[in-house]
Ligand binder design. Structure first.
Ligand code: PLP
Length: 388
């Protein structure tokens, strides 16, 4: 049996999404959206229809959505573009300490350009500490970026509450949320959240890779970070990836419409796995909260075992998970998120991220619960680092 539980890293494409894309990969809308001829007009129509569809699913208007190549590009555009556009008003930026690297590295770039960056600390479950954020907020703060759902430990941040605090203490600041892991798992309504910028990514929601989006509230100043010929958006020059954009909008439509049913299914699978591991395998620690947690996410530290060894041995049994940070697992560095929530060295190194999707089944979870205890037992027997 093969069980794919690495959905926080990338999801498999929904067959209905693939079907929707096929005409755009073959003979439909193959023109450049900026061209005035028939195939160009068809491409423009496909992009604009997708933009309107995606916007309506997050409570925005079409003009407020810019398509990008993915979440990384949208986060770069949000953080660097917003800071550059606001530099005459201030140079102070705050990002949470558990942001995705595309936000953290963009913030580092801002530091090198002379901006002052503060990192808002989180508590032991990954929630941004409101009192600490309040202390960091200043009159000259121009940008605050906090992820909606953390990709490693699943914490759902109280974004609306954070925005209220920012508006109160730093009324000039632009608020960005990276909603990549939140989308189709929790309600992402940009008006209700009251954010100025929000990032989405297609391949996290059973859409194709190569498409993402940034919501930009009307009136929010932002500078492009790429330059070239403009087709549909001044903020994102270059030829649009039409088939991927069409697939992204379709995936969003399916995911948002079916969210209640899909999240119920994911939560049932995740809870079964969580209870089976925490009750059935000793020396295990849950990372992130039990409540206010993404329904797809489970992150557990297995003490006295190495995350990479667990991942590889599970892979030999056809079970695919990720160790540490999904995006940084090849770097073999301890996760900055686990560090930020205060996990010990042993806890960080034995961490495994299991992420379910609507395509997983209960039989698959039962198979994992059969294989995993044996894998952990075997690795602990081999390890010099044994439980006392
Ligand atoms: C929270 C979060 N933000 C941004 C990204 C980057 O998105 P993409 O892979 O589409 O560039 C990821 C991907 O892992 C993510 O989990």
């Amino acid at each position: 049996m093969e069980v794919y539980l690495d959905n926080n890293n990338v999801t498999r494409i929904d067959p209905l999404v693939f079907e929707e894309m096929i005409p755009y990969l073959k003979d439909r809308a193959y023109g450049h959206p900026a061209a005035l001829h028939g195939p160009g007009a068809a491409a423009l129509e496909a992009v604009e229809e997708s933009r309107a569809k995606l916007a309506s699913l997050i409570g925005a208007r079409g003009e407020e959505v810019v398509f990008t190549s993915g979440g990384t590009e949208a986060n770069n555009l949000a953080v660097i573009g917003a800071a550059l556009a606001s530099r005459s008003r201030g140079r102070h930026v705050i990002v949470s300490s558990i942001e995705h690297q595309s936000v953290l590295f963009s913030a580092e770039k801002l530091s090198s350009l002379g901006f002052e960056v503060d990192y808002a600390p989180v508590d032991k479950e990954g929630f941004v500490k409101l009192d600490e954020l309040e202390r960091l907020l200043r009159r000259d703060t121009i940008l605050v970026s906090v992820n909606f759902v953390n990709d490693e430990i699943g914490t759902i941040e109280p974004v609306r509450e954070l925005v209220e605090l920012v508006r109160d203490k730093s009324p000039e600041a632009i608020v960005h949320t990276d909603a990549v892991e939140a989308f189709i798992k929790v309600d992402v309504d940009v008006r209700k959240l009251d954010v100025d910028l929000a990032t989405l990514s297609s391949h996290k929601i059973h859409g194709p890779r190569g498409a993402g989006a940034l919501y930009i509230r009307e009136g929010t100043s932002i500078e492009p970070i790429m330059y070239g010929p403009v087709a549909t958006s001044k903020l994102r020059p270059g030829l649009e990836n039409v088939p991927a954009i069409v697939g992204f909008a379709k995936a969003a439509e399916i995911g948002v419409r079916g969210m209640e049913e899909f999240t119920r299914h994911m939560r049932a699978l995740r809870d079964k796995l969580m209870d089976g591991i925490l009750d059935g395998i000793e020396h295990t620690v849950l990372n992130g909260p039990r409540e206010l947690r993404s329904p797809s996410n489970l992150n557990v530290s297995f003490l006295y075992a190495e995350g990479e060894a667990i991942m590889m041995m599970l892979s030999q049994h056809g079970v695919y998970v990720s160790s540490g940070s999904a995006c940084a697992s090849r770097l073999l560095e301890p996760s900055h998120v686990l560090k930020a929530i205060g996990r010990s060295h042993a806890e960080m190194h034995g961490s495994i991220s299991f992420s379910v999707s609507r395509f997983n089944t209960m039989e698959e979870i039962e198979y994992v619960l059969e294989v995993l205890p044996r894998v952990i037992k075997r690795l602990r027997e081999m390890s010099a680092w044994k439980p006392r």
